[in-house]
Design a protein around this ligand. Structure first.
Ligand code: DP6
Length: 326
């Protein structure tokens, strides 16, 4: 059976997902909206092979350890279920995002894997099937199937059939920049799945966090449609701070920030006060991503690159959806 390869880019949520309505099916409790990036991402090749006794995973050039291999193997069981293919597979995956660091490697990873594995199994799966597969790998992964600005509705259907991403605007709609600010190397302290489950179970503010989601989605969609950076920036920052606030209020507290995170937060605010429009967001890790207009990106990156503890900056713009490679 011939193999197949696919590439997907990471995405950064502008309106965040943090909490599940169904843990087994990995269904989100709230809608989210993201920007697919142009460079950071994952390329994955999958080959089903009758000679293999178990699924194999080579990640960034090295045979992967457990539990990463087992997570991919469970995912391939779902692809075997929908395709009828019984064979085990070899998966070779390369991330241009540091794996597991809170830089969305799981989103591009499972989007690329869903596309490559279904093709390798002989299926030309449409978006609903690809999205439901990708979502089982990682809740943020369906968004990386599409390019530009992408919404993923929480939906209400128990089987998740209405949790399918759609494009709010294509990449060329708005030439924004996202300055990705690296503040640490190494894996994150608490995985997203554990962090959000602990938040849902123990944070007294979880109800309020879920409740305000619909309004944030509406405002973000409107801001993107009218290319209003200040309006979008305010929604984006509020969503990020509220995610971290609800997580910090969990028991035990889920805290992703480090000293450099705080330094970058303060610098973004002072840049804005001095007239440079930029807004930040943060995910399940200590890195910060700063949203600004294309013409301001070099200046923003230069100022933020000087904050003590910052290890590097990467300039991203809206990028394309997942694609099958030759
Ligand atoms: C903070 O998609 O990694 O990046 O579904 O448990 O795999 P699981 O979580 P994951 O969580 C992403 C959380 C976030 C916000 C977001 O991308 O919406």
């Amino acid at each position: 059976m011939p193999g197949a390869a696919a590439r997907a880019r990471a995405n950064i949520a502008l309106v965040k997902y943090w909490g599940k309505r169904d843990v087994g099916l990995n269904l989100p409790a709230m809608s989210s909206l993201s920007m697919t990036l142009s460079t950071l991402g994952t390329t994955t090749r999958v080959t089903f092979d009758p000679r293999l006794a178990r699924d194999e995973l080579v990640l960034d050039g090295r045979p992967a350890e457990e539990p990463a291999r087992a997570r991919v193997s469970c995912f391939l069981d779902l692809v075997r279920q929908v395709s009828g293919v019984r064979w085990r597979a070899s998966v070779v995956s390369d991330n241009s995002v540091p794996t597991g660091s809170g830089l969305a490697s799981s989103a591009s990873g499972f989007a690329a894997l869903a596309l490559a594995a279904t093709r390798a199994a002989g299926l030309e799966a449409g978006l609903p099937v690809l999205a439901s597969l990708a979502r089982r790998g990682s809740g943020s992964a369906p968004r990386s199937l599409l390019g530009g600005f992408v919404a993923l509705p929480a939906g209400t259907a128990p089987d998740g059939s209405d949790c399918v991403p759609y494009q709010v605007a294509p990449p060329e709609h708005w030439d924004l920049r996202l300055v990705v600010v690296l503040t640490a190397s190494g894996p994150k302290v608490v995985g997203s799945t554990e962090g959000m489950e602990r938040t849902r179970r123990t944070s007294p503010y979880y109800g309020a966090w879920v409740k305000e989601n619909a309004q944030a989605m509406q405002a973000a969609v409107r801001a993107i449609a009218s290319r209003n950076l200040e309006m979008l920036g305010r929604v984006v920052e509020a969503s990020a701070f509220r995610l971290h606030a609800v997580a910090m209020a969990a028991d035990p507290a889920v805290v992703y920030w480090n000293e450099a995170t705080v330094g970058v937060v303060r610098r973004v605010r002072s840049l804005r006060d001095s007239g440079l429009p930029c807004w930040l967001t943060m995910d399940a890790g200590p890195h910060v991503k700063v949203l600004c207009e294309a013409g301001d990106a070099d200046q923003v990156a230069r100022h933020i690159g000087m904050v003590p503890g910052v290890l590097g900056v990467i300039l991203e713009r809206p990028g394309p959806g997942a694609e099958v490679l030759p």
